[in-house]
Write a protein that binds this ligand. Structure first.
Ligand SMILES: O=C(CO)[C@H](O)[C@H](O)COP(=O)(O)O
Length: 144
């Protein structure tokens, strides 16, 4: 899968996200602090990764900032993006299943290496629900 990754800093698990995604066989596009020469402020960097998803250059994205909040807010401003801030594997699996989330937002401060691996395992194992109630909720997001 092609995955766009943005971070506003190389601190915390930022670089490990890229390494781990490549190790899992994904093609990675980098933005912000992960791409020399690009603006590394979180709103700009995470917008670029979200636009990669919305405009078809990537199937999914991982957006990161120190708290994860700005990253998720910036990504969710892009139409068609469903970004979920996940601090644990259960939330990540639920975001794929119930929200059909296409962007994973992470806190660089909170996410340890071990928890990152658990989150990525759950995220990539997760499949969108085919329950009509879940589909109706996801569909309604585009009307809000
Ligand atoms: O968590 C964040 C935004 O939600 C940022 O990573 C945090 O504000 C730090 O940014 P800066 O290094 O530019 O002060």
């Amino acid at each position: 899968m092609r995955i766009s990754v943005a971070a506003d800093s190389r601190d915390g698990v930022a670089e490990r996200v890229v390494t781990e995604l490549r190790r899992r066989g994904h093609e990675v596009i980098t933005h912000g602090a992960l791409d020399d020469g690009e603006r590394d402020d979180w709103a700009w960097a995470c917008e670029l990764a979200a636009r990669d998803v919305a405009e078809g250059r990537a199937e999914q994205a991982v957006v990161c900032c120190w708290t994860g909040t700005g990253a998720s807010i910036a990504a969710n401003k892009v139409p068609g993006v469903r970004a979920a801030l996940c601090a644990d594997a259960y939330t990540a699996g639920g975001a794929r299943k119930w929200n059909d989330a296409n962007v994973l937002a992470l806190s660089l401060r909170l996410t340890s290496d071990v928890v990152l691996d658990e989150i990525l395992d759950a995220w990539f194992a997760g499949r969108p629900s085919d329950d009509p109630a879940d589909l109706a909720n996801i569909s309604h997001l585009e009307q809000i």
